[in-house]
Ligand binder design. Structure first.
Ligand code: AMP
Length: 491
């Protein structure tokens, strides 16, 4: 099947050819004719299947006739995250290059003023996150009564993020007679319920069985002791040992851990950037861009921030934590092995993760093998901690023992956390400018940087926590006692 057979307008077909696409993907081939026939569509498709174009292309064709009125957008697309919203806007810019349509983006982290001005002039396509959209409605600057077509994208993610009540409110503000396109990667019962509520006689289009992982992805479990610094050490070893690592996304379950792990990787000389929900829009975009161009080929991210992002070629995914929701595992590893490419997904597993791993294996219908020794072969870390705790307690009682304990625990920590001379480096400038990903390589510069320069690089990053890999806490002046203080006092 070709794009020309789908009923798209000439202008859209020209833009599609210019984008270099010759054949529609299955979701496009199945959904586009129904959208053009003004039917409601329930699309079950993951990101990476071409689902964004499955709604942008027919929308552009439909919008060719008619005009936008002030404050009354003609179409509305709801996205769960700012990045996804921005990505959809890029799609409209690319495929709508031959049309003069007005597209507005309403997302948090951006000033209301510019957004208001654009809405007032009238928009054909409004792309929004639910919270910011409702803020605009409440300010009285936006009317949704002219919306002819509503897209609810990544509905299962909206559910996870607690946006369904907002979506229900928004659906009451748009006309009942609108056309609705509803996309979701998975179909849990709650999504079935709301799809029945929002859609009228929808055509169901499904392109892949929910919760299936691409077969081109090699999946492995890696056993690690459960302390965070031990997991970080395991991760560093993994990154350094990975073959053909071009770029990687490292997933953490919590935002706080994203920030900590990111700082730790940087301190060890790894070219990493972070992406999590607490960052402002500018920082999020900058982080993504530096990952996309290969300037920083390691992205440490939380699920919410990374879901659905269109990053074409990711060679490795590392799960720093086993995801708490098994479905997130499928989404995470789906970042690699896209479009038939090979990919690798490593999940760090501790003794406490049994249940979570079982849930993942049950969902994907396969057992994931351990790379290297399994959990049983690990040294008993908890017992070691307990021993250390007991020794510290004893040392507090004996002044002679205190020095010994401090020395030994300092050596242990420094060995575990010392920056590695073979940590990977930022890619070269030429790669940055060409947009190609360069293999992640050792960075002698970072490892060899004088302590002072590393310290100054740290300045301005805010207070550090003990959890960051700084080695043992320094007491008093540490080793830097000025000579005059060491001179015997004259009485
Ligand atoms: P999506 O599922 O919308 O995130 O799209 C995934 C990727 O597929 C994007 O990088 C699109 O540019 C690309 N894409 C979309 N449609 C096609 C097509 N018909 N042929 C090849 N690539 C496509």
């Amino acid at each position: 099947m070709s794009f020309a057979e789908l009923g798209l307008s000439e202008k859209v077909l020209t833009a599609v050819t210019a984008a270099g696409y010759s054949t529609p993907t299955p979701i496009q081939a199945q959904a586009i004719p129904h959208v053009l026939a003004r039917k409601d569509v329930l699309g079950i498709a993951q990101t990476g299947t071409g689902k964004t174009a499955a709604f942008t292309l027919p929308m552009l064709t439909i919008l060719e006739s008619g005009r936008a009125r002030a404050r009354m957008p003609r179409t509305l697309i709801l996205e769960p995250t700012r990045e996804l919203a921005a990505q959809v806007e890029e799609n409209f810019t690319r495929y709508g290059a031959n049309q003069k349509l007005s597209v507005a983006l309403l997302i948090g982290g951006v000033s209301f003023g510019d957004q208001d001005a654009k809405i007032t002039r009238g928009v054909d396509v409004l792309i929004a996150t639910p919270g910011r959209l409702l803020d605009h409605v409440e300010r009285g600057k936006l009317l949704l009564t002219g919306v002819e077509l509503l897209v609810i994208d990544e509905a299962d993610r909206m559910l996870d993020m607690g946006f369904i009540p907002d979506i229900e409110r928004i659906c009451k503000l748009v006309p009942f007679t609108r056309q609705t396109l509803f996309f979701t990667a998975t179909m849990p019962p709650e999504i079935t319920r709301i799809s029945e509520q929002f859609l009228h006689n929808p055509v169901r289009v499904e392109v892949s069985r929910p919760a299936t992982a691409a077969t081109t992805i090699t999946q492995r479990l890696i056993a690690s002791n459960s302390q965070d610094f031990e997991k970080r050490e395991t991760l560093r070893r993994l990154i350094k040992g990975a073959t053909d690592l071009q770029n990687a996304i490292v997933f953490c379950n919590r935002k706080r851990d994203v920030a900590t792990l990111h700082r730790s990787l940087q301190r060890h000389g790894f070219p990493a950037v972070a992406l999590h929900g607490d960052m402002d829009q500018y920082a999020r975009m900058a982080a993504l861009e530096s990952f996309r161009t290969g300037e920083n080929p390691i992205l440490v991210a939380s699920d919410v921030a990374a879901r659905g992002l269109d990053i074409p070629a990711v060679s490795h995914v590392f799960n720093f934590d086993v995801p708490t929701h098994a479905e997130d595992y499928v989404h995470r590893i789906g970042r690699t092995g896209r479009a038939g490419r090979l990919g690798a997904a490593f999940t760090i597993v501790t003794r406490h993760d049994d249940k979570l791993v079982s849930a993942v294996e049950k969902l994907i219908g396969q057992t994931i093998a351990f790379e290297g020794p399994g959990l049983d072969a690990l040294p008993p870390s908890e017992a070691r901690e307990e021993r250390r705790g007991r020794r510290d307690r004893d040392d507090k009682r004996s002044p002679r023992g205190r020095g010994r304990s401090e020395r030994s625990s300092r050596t242990e920590r420094v060995e575990a956390e010392a920056p590695q001379a073979d940590a990977p480096a930022k890619s070269t400038d030429s790669a940055r400018h060409s947009g190609r990903h360069q293999p992640v390589r050792p960075d002698s510069e970072v490892a060899a940087a004088p302590a002072g320069s590393r310290d100054s690089a740290r300045r301005g990053r805010g207070p550090r926590t003990r959890d960051e890999d700084d080695g043992p806490q320094v007491k008093g002046l540490g080793d830097h006692v000025p000579a005059f203080l060491l001179r015997p006092a004259r009485v």
